[in-house]
Design a protein around this ligand. Structure first.
Ligand SMILES: [Zn+2]
Ligand SMILES: [Zn+2]
Length: 302
């Protein structure tokens, strides 16, 4: 369970970017389902490259399967986009020659939500990601791209928020082989684990990204943000203008960042005069694993 901005909802552990032998993954879809099920996941999306893995032909073994794929239309400077489309129809056929924006719009018209996968690994700037409209989220963490140290997309994410494109973020394994397994996932706050309920929550941005830490409460009321979470040594609130709140600096003993293990925080975030404000919380546990809330948007001061 999670207390999610005033509602008590179920928290479902999801793998939203996963490959199988239907593209360049090591494991069959059946084996992938078995492994993620055994590891406590509730939701799984197969996102094979340019290939829709038909979920109707699979036994989810209790997992909620979301029919999906990863699309690769050409982008700026000749670099291919990696765009995860969640929830495509059975007869989904698309054409990359119509260009990236056309591909995104076509998927959205089909009922999908499109997530910008590992932009830092691709080599895109925030400016280039901002040029693509109709996206629903970006990946803040992607396990499979850590082999060249490009697994994090925090800076790019915040730059998008600064441009007024305030997206929620997912964390994913982008699993191709065993060393990608179970390091980043997305927790969806939904009424139940049916596919429509899960997709509805995803489209509304009711989720957070994590490598381990869990949020049990998120709340924002009367300009006060409150959160409860599993023990973490680093608790940072990020916002615009470009400076973060760091909860640890309030530490009166002056031991500094990371000296206290915390399980909750309370931060006042006044609105900005004449300008929209975004705010997100980022926490890190003793093992160095992060979790990230989706940014909230605070309307300008009247
Ligand atoms: Zn990719
Ligand atoms: Zn992928």
């Amino acid at each position: 369970m999670i207390e999610f901005y005033g509602r008590k909802l179920n928290a479902y552990k999801a793998s939203l970017h996963t490959h199988s032998t239907n593209s360049d993954g090591r494991f069959t879809p059946e084996k992938v389902i078995e492994m993620y099920k055994e590891h406590g996941y509730d939701v799984l999306a197969f996102t094979d490259h340019r290939f829709v893995t038909r979920i109707g032909e699979l036994d989810g073994k209790g997992l909620t399967l979301i029919q999906s794929l990863e699309m690769h239309p050409i982008g700026p400077r000749g670099i291919h986009w990696h765009l995860v489309a969640l929830n495509v129809s059975d007869d989904y056929v698309y054409d990359e020659s119509i260009g990236a924006q056309g591909v995104v719009d076509y998927a959205v018209a089909d009922g999908a939500m499109v997530i910008c996968a590992h932009p830092y690994w691709c080599g895109f700037t925030s400016e280039e990601v901002a040029s693509l409209k109709n996206l629903s989220a970006i990946e803040v963490y992607n396990t499979s791209t850590r082999y060249i140290g490009r697994q994090f997309n925090m800076q790019l994410w915040d730059e998008l928020s600064d441009k007024g494109l305030v997206y929620p973020a997912t964390a994913v394994d982008d699993m191709h082989s065993p060393h990608d397994l179970f390091r980043g996932w997305t927790v969806i706050a939904a009424e139940d684990n049916s596919a429509p309920s899960v997709m509805n929550a995803l489209k509304q941005g009711h989720f957070y990204a994590t490598m381990g830490p869990e949020f049990t409460k998120l709340s924002f009321k009367d300009n006060v943000f409150e959160a409860s979470f599993t023990p973490c040594k680093e608790v940072i609130g990020l916002t615009n203008p470009s400076r973060g709140f760091c909860i640890e600096v309030e530490d009166k003993e002056g031991y500094g960042m990371g000296s206290i293990i915390r399980t909750e925080c309370r931060i006042e975030i006044p609105p900005l005069p004449g300008k929209e404000r975004w705010f997100r919380l980022q926490i890190k546990d003793e093992a160095g694993r992060y979790a990230w809330t989706a940014p909230i948007v605070i309307p300008p001061q009247q």
